[in-house]
Design a protein around this ligand. Structure first.
Ligand SMILES: [Zn+2]
Length: 425
């Protein structure tokens, strides 16, 4: 936590306090802003002038009320002049988007990898796509503020290093440095770049762009081949000491249960993840093929015995995980997302049922369980949301243990070894 800063930083903190306030309460006047954030009216006027000039804010139309006297001008975020870039470095392809400050998509593109094992090639493809997106016609006249990238694995957000992405087979890839090198000589060269795990990024999309900025604590539970979560508490992403907070796929739901990739038994990954379901229904095959996953979705929907039984059992275990997350974080809302959503009510229904039973037994009201606001672009849009999130919080720093970390040597060896076993999401 910063306890002292230079004048520029303090000014930026004050400016962004105004922007954040207008995110949660659009339409406030300068006077109302001054009162809410505790700055003088003259300071607020000065900062608002700058923010209007730079494209962060715009003055909304004053509603005619018939009352006499000068009406205060309502302020709001400007969706017309600035842009954010977001990317989802997915399993078979990268998805990239450009959004305005409100998260509305201005342009998007899918970039299939030529060779998913070629990390430099995949990162180069995505970097080139982002540079082209920044100068495309849909962004004409806009200033790009920052870039956010979601990665499907264990990420150290302080260094931008992807420690392990099991479904890409990537280990210890310095994504941040490679992107920076690719951006050299393009309009993206000097822009802030933020890199995070995909569930964390998707959680930020829900926080920043769903119009529910006050839904806090918020948990985004991502269920794909594996299980992970992005956890937001007090408006901040909970990243933990080494960056793998939220790896809830390795919470143990069943002691002595089926073996998990991490070495434990009975983890959520091994009971709920799509890889575990595929293993159970069709026998163990690594890695699972997209065709087999489609077959599972089809058979589960049709109610075929083996698939439907396995999906219902996974759904009940989902309910146990939801209960545990509820008790641990007392969230306002848990968003359940990821590819497993295609299993539909046969999966989510039993999960809700178990959670409902837990709530009834305690007499407490369970948190809201809902699906994500954003579809296939959830993680790419989340990248843009992450850029806005950190730009609006200039005082946020990574964990002290990782702040001065050196790239690949960042993790103590024992932790690095453990991290490689984590996360199939
Ligand atoms: Zn595990």
């Amino acid at each position: 936590m910063i306890v002292a800063g230079d004048q520029q930083l303090l000014k930026q903190i004050n400016r962004m306090a105004l922007v954040r306030q207008l995110c949660s309460a659009p339409g406030l006047s300068r006077a109302a802003l001054a009162e809410t954030v505790g700055l003088t009216k003259s300071t607020v006027s000065l900062l608002v002038r700058e923010l209007l000039d730079e494209g962060w804010l715009t003055e909304a139309d004053i509603l005619a009320t018939g009352a006499l006297g000068r009406r205060a001008t309502p302020l709001q975020l400007d969706g017309q002049r600035l842009a954010l870039l977001g990317a989802d470095m997915g399993i078979g392809m990268a998805r990239i988007v450009a959004t305005n400050l409100l998260g509305e998509v201005l342009a998007e593109q899918e970039l299939p990898y030529l060779d998913a094992a070629d990390t430099a090639g995949c990162i180069g493809l995505m970097a080139q796509g982002l540079a082209e997106l920044a100068t495309c016609a849909a962004l004409a006249g806009r200033t790009v503020l920052g870039i956010g990238v979601g990665l499907h694995g264990v990420v150290d957000d302080a260094t931008g290093v992807l420690h392990y992405a099991p479904h890409l087979g990537w280990r210890n890839v310095d994504v941040a440095s490679q992107l920076r090198a690719q951006f050299a000589g393009t309009p993206l060269a000097e822009l802030p770049l933020f890199i995070q795990n995909e569930a964390n990024v998707a959680a930020l999309a829900e926080l920043e762009f769903s119009g529910q900025i006050d839904a806090d604590p918020l948990i985004y539970l991502s269920i794909g081949y594996g299980v992970g979560a992005g956890i937001i508490v007090n408006g901040r992403l909970l990243t933990g000491l080494y960056g793998f907070a939220g790896e809830v796929g390795h919470t143990i739901l069943q002691q002595g249960g089926p073996p998990c990739s991490c070495g434990r038994r009975g983890c959520a990954d091994a009971l709920i993840g799509l890889q575990a379901l595929l293993d159970e229904v069709y026998g163990k095959q690594q890695p699972a093929s997209p065709e087999q996953l489609e077959q599972l979705f089809t058979e589960a929907e049709a109610g075929d015995d083996g698939a439907a039984r396995a999906v219902a059992a996974a759904g009940r275990n989902l309910g146990v995980l939801l209960n545990n997350l509820w008790v641990a974080f007392d969230p306002m809302c848990i968003v359940v997302g990821g590819a497993a959503l295609r299993l539909g009510e046969r999966f989510i229904g039993p999960g809700r049922g178990v959670l409902h039973d837990c709530a009834s037994a305690t007499g407490l009201a369970a948190p809201t369980i809902r699906t994500p606001h954003f579809g296939n672009n959830a993680i790419a849009i989340g990248g843009a949301a992450m850029a806005r999130h950190y730009l609006m919080r200039p005082f946020t720093e990574p964990s002290p243990a990782r702040r001065n970390a050196n790239k690949l040597g960042a993790l103590p060896p024992a932790v690095a070894a453990g991290v490689l076993a984590l996360g199939l999401n």
